[in-house]
Design a protein around this ligand. Structure first.
Ligand code: F6R
Length: 361
């Protein structure tokens, strides 16, 4: 049942305010400015002994894991990184007893992720899951974890589940932070930011008509470049994946700082750039990248907290706490990918060559 929407993707994009509300519900503890994660199965004493966190997933879930690693480093100051699960499992990884491993999967059935979990468990590692489908294979194999509570996702490409997974990572990062060195004041600030998310997502959804117009303007591109820095880079990766998957337009994502190390050679009027530009400490650096692109006559679509002078068009998104901004910045680009694919007449819910859950190697 599409509930009045033309596609499941549109329905699922629109459901995000409610979905985010669900991942937060019942978990916030205002008294201690933290969150409770019932299924985590990791007590405070254990949480304090973690030396490193390694996050494993595929595709969109890997991108959510990259944002999750950033949140964990920022809020809990635990070294964290993310890696595609298949790469990890085929490189005979060094499994370290002081590292906490986290498997991320919407379906909970992705074979490469499941196999990585099984290999880790065989070597005695502690593995948690950040999973959407309750009772799925990965949820059962892990020692505990955080359910993402996005509700069923039918469209082959992931939208609401990505947003909820990233929000679930923010909860986990806050929880670990408050057990370690995150102050009460910062805990409170992050909680207030989390509570603002559903309303701010609603604000973004209201811009659909403008984003649709932009999508039509850029739909003739043969290829697109997505750039971002630090918090913005995984957002660029995910937005580029979404565009490729449903519109079949070739897209690349690069850290903005890497442009001058090669990809700048591609920039010309027929290769538009989508730039993720939050109002954070890297704003000026990001603006400098826009200047480099403009100097080569590249077209620029910015996703930012304020109108960008150097850009041809800006989608302005509401500002949250700096650490949480990346949760919001991908959403207009889901809508952008959707309307680009629609303008090109693609089969949005069932893109060619792809399956909803990849249960083979
Ligand atoms: C992207 C997409 C895929 C999945 C990937 C992992 O829109 O749908 O990249 O994210 O196959 O799937 P899960 O999260 O079910 O493990």
């Amino acid at each position: 049942d599409m509930g009045g929407h033309d596609t499941y993707m549109h329905k699922e994009i629109s459901e995000q305010p409610d979905a985010v509300d669900r991942v937060l519900r019942g978990r916030i503890d205002d008294r201690f400015s933290t969150v409770h994660l019932g299924g985590l199965n990791l007590d405070a004493r254990e949480a304090r002994t973690i030396r490193r966190i390694k996050i494993l997933g595929c595709g969109t879930s890997y991108h959510a894991g990259l944002i999750g690693a950033g949140l964990i480093e920022e809020l809990a100051r635990i070294p964290a990184d993310a890696e595609p699960a298949s790469e990890f499992r085929y490189r005979n990884p060094v499994v370290d007893p002081d590292t906490l491993y986290i498997a991320v999967s919407q379906s909970g059935e992705t074979y490469d992720v499941l196999a990585a979990v099984q290999e880790l468990k065989r070597k005695g590692a502690r593995v948690l899951g950040v999973v959407n489908v309750v009772g799925s294979a990965i949820a059962r194999e892990t020692d505990g974890g955080v359910y993402v509570h996005a509700g069923p996702e039918v469209c082959v490409v992931s939208t609401k589940c990505f947003t909820n997974t990233v929000t679930a990572f923010a909860l986990l990062a806050l929880h670990l932070g408050r057990i370690r060195d995150l102050s009460v004041a910062d805990g409170k600030r992050i909680i207030e930011g989390l509570r603002r998310l559903p309303g701010q997502i609603q604000e973004i959804l209201k811009q659909e008509d403008e984003i649709k117009k932009l999508a039509k303007r850029y739909a003739d591109a043969k290829s697109m470049m997505f750039i971002g820095r630090v918090r913005g880079y995984p957002v660029a990766l995910e937005a580029s994946l979404k565009l490729k998957e449903i519109s079949y337009i070739h897209a690349e994502a690069y850290p903005a700082s890497e442009l001058k190390h090669g990809p700048l050679a591609l920039i010309e009027p027929s290769l538009p750039t989508v730039a993720i530009i939050p109002n954070d400490d890297l704003l000026e650096k990001n603006r400098a990248a826009l200047e480099e692109i403009k100097a080569r006559s590249g077209r620029i679509l910015a996703v930012a907290h304020q109108e960008q002078e150097k850009a041809d068009h800006t989608i302005v998104v509401p500002k949250n706490e700096t650490e949480l901004d990346s949760i919001l910045m991908g959403i207009p680009l889901q809508i952008f990918a959707y309307h680009t694919a629609l303008a090109l007449g693609r089969d949005i819910d069932k893109p060619r060559n792809l399956a909803k859950s990849v249960t083979v190697e």
